[in-house]
Structure formats: C-alpha cells, structure tokens
Design a protein around this ligand. Structure first.
Ligand code: NAD
Length: 318
C-alpha cells in the first residue's frame, strides 16, 4: 500500500480508501458476512481510510461498518457525514447535524469520528453551509467527538467556492476524476492545493459503470455515457482485460488526491483494487479506451439546487 498525507490534517491515508456505501446495499443486496470479510481483508491489505454516511442504506451501512470494525477501530481512520438522510431528505441545520453525529457515534460504536463531512452540499443553501453547518461541526471538534471537518458533493465550482470562503479540512468529490471525467483536475484540484485542503476522489468506477456488471438502474449519467460504458467493457474483455482494473489503475495514478474511495463489499474486489496500486495503465490500451470515450468524456449531469450546477450540466438520465 502507498500512503499520502490528507492536506493539513496530517493524517496518513492509504491511496485506496474503503467506500462503505455498498455495505448499505446501495448497489443491491449483499451478503453481510462477505461484507465483514471484505472490511477485515481491506485492513489486512493496509487500507486505513473508511468512508460511510447515515444516508447509505438509511443507516444500515454505518451499523454494519460499526459492527465489522469492533476491536479494529484503532486501526482505521473513520469518515462519516451529516445532512443527507434519504434521496430527498436533507437537513443542514446546526441542531440536526449535531444530533446526527451523536447517532453516528452510536452506530459506529466509537467515541470519535476522524473526519465528519457535510454530505452533498449542492442540496443545501450555501450561506447556511458556511455560516451554520460548518461552525456547528467545528464546535464538535472542540468536544473531541470529531477531529476534522469536510464537505462533499458533485458540482465542483460550489466546492471550490466554499473552500475559498471558509476553513475546511477535507473535500470529497465523486465521479469527477476517472476514465469518463477528469474535470476535477482543472476545476477543483488547484483551489484545494492553494488552500491546503485534503482532497478525496470518490467513485473511480463511475459508480459501477466501469465494471463488467455495469451501472445500477439509478445511475444519474445520461444514456450515452451508460451505453458507452458497455461498449468499452465489451472491448476490454475482447482484449483480455477487465475494465475495472484499467479504471482503478487510471484513477490511482492521479497523485494530487490523497485517497481514492472505491465502494467494496467483496473480498475479491478488495484484492483487485489493491492490486492496481502502483501499476501504470498500459499506454496503448488506455489510449484506445480514451479514444472510445472521447465523444462522451466530461459529460456532467445536474445534481442538487440548479444554482449550484456546474456550467454545461445536462438533466439526469437524459
Ligand atoms: P465506485 O465507482 O467505487 O463503484 C462501486 C461499485 O463497484 C460497487 O457496486 C462495487 O461492488 C463495485 N466494484 C468495486 N470494485 C470492483 C472491482 N474491482 N470489480 C468490479 N466491481 C467492483 O462508486 P461508489 O461506491 O459510489 O464510490 C465509492 C465510495 O465513495 C462510496 O462507497 C462512498 O463511500 C463514497 N462516495 C461519497 C459520495 C458523497 O459523499 N457525496 C458520493 C459518491 C461516493
């Protein structure tokens, strides 16, 4: 495993991070015992950063992760979230996020959370995020219940704007640096670097589009992107390559981020994803895949309040 420092937090995090949303059955039902083995195997492989949220499986992922980490909590850096509780239930008030952290602590069976993040800030009012939610979370830092405070979301300009206006320790951006979309590199990374904010890249498999199984029904990307993902997976298979391996190698080679979060609930996926560490993608294969993807590269979709969308975003599943 390779470790990098997460911004000014000083935390040394594994470049493959454990995304726990599949433990909440976000990608379909899982075998919980296999999920437990996957978590333990990840720790044995040197993965030390675990990301979860109350939203994943409507608290199921936190409950399972808390159970699976029993006796191992001290071996990991634990990140969770506040503010998003269902597909269309958001509450970024100080009162809600403060009690939300207490509930997460109980479910995660711990007395502190290393990184607490405001979940999908594009669904909130930016002034409230800056002047109410973040101060409430910083107050929790003073109590020792959380160590660092971050924000997460899909549109990049709003994330960049918030870190330009106020103190934030970490940013999690998803689906914006992988084989389909690399716009994080120009729209967010330079600002994060300037402010010393720890940068986290999530969804290197574009939320399962870049796998043999393919995207789930709820995937928000336009049809052209999903269709292309099938064509690319088929072509890779014809070359004897698993598209997920190439996608992981590609994302992990981006060393401006501290960690890349990939969702896992199977031991075999932990193995494949860890195997991609330090392996450069085959240049010819990569060039061929990028040429196939080019017509739909950097296509982004609308997410959250319209005023928070990045320019050029198209309706979901259009
Ligand atoms: P992802 O791109 O990591 O894809 C995960 C899916 O791919 C799962 O179905 C998993 O079973 C499958 N998979 C994993 N490794 C595989 C492999 N080697 N071969 C084949 N299939 C494989 O998408 P994600 O899970 O949405 O993102 C990763 C994590 O990042 C999440 O679990 C979550 O913790 C975090 N995240 C946070 C936000 C946010 O805060 N707004 C948004 C998205 C993701």
């Amino acid at each position: 495993m390779i470790y990098r420092t997460l911004g000014k937090t000083g935390l040394r995090v594994s470049i493959v991070g454990y995304g726990a949303s599949p433990l909440g059955a976000e990608f379909g039902r899982i075998d919980p015992e296999e999920g437990r083995r996957a978590v333990h195997h990840a720790i044995d492989c040197g993965i030390n950063y675990f990301d979860v949220a109350p939203y994943y499986g409507r608290t199921l992922a936190e409950s399972r992760l808390g159970e699976f980490l029993e006796g191992k909590r001290h071996q990991v850096i634990l990140a969770s979230k506040v503010g998003r509780y269902d597909v269309d239930h958001f509450d970024y008030s100080a009162r809600c996020v403060t009690s939300s952290v207490e509930e997460s602590l109980r479910r995660l069976r711990t007395d502190f959370i290393d990184v607490i993040q405001i979940h999908d800030i594009e669904y909130g009012d930016r002034d409230q995020i800056i002047h109410e939610t973040l101060p409430a979370l910083r107050a929790l830092v003073d109590t020792g219940k959380v160590c660092f405070v971050g924000i997460t979301g899909y549109p990049l300009l709003q994330l960049a704007d918030v870190i330009s206006q106020t103190e934030v320790d970490t940013i999690l951006s998803y689906c914006r640096y992988n084989l389909f979309d690399t716009t994080m590199d120009t729209m967010l990374t330079p600002v994060a670097k300037e402010h010393g904010v720890g940068l986290i890249n999530a969804s290197p498999l574009h939320m399962r589009a870049l796998t043999e199984t393919g995207a789930p029904d709820w995937h928000p990307a336009p049809h052209a992107v999903i269709d292309k993902s099938r064509a690319v997976a088929d072509w890779c298979r014809s070359q004897g390559v698993d598209i997920a391996d190439l996608a992981m190698q590609y994302a992990l080679a981006y060393d401006d981020v501290a960690t890349t979060l990939v969702g896992m609930s199977k031991v075999s996926h932990v193995d494949s994803n860890v195997k991609a560490v330090g392996v450069a993608p085959d240049p010819q294969l990569l060039a061929a895949v990028q040429a196939m993807i080019r017509p739909v590269a950097d296509v982004i979709w609308c997410e959250g309040r319209p005023e928070n969308d990045d320019p050029g975003a198209v309706p979901k599943q259009s």
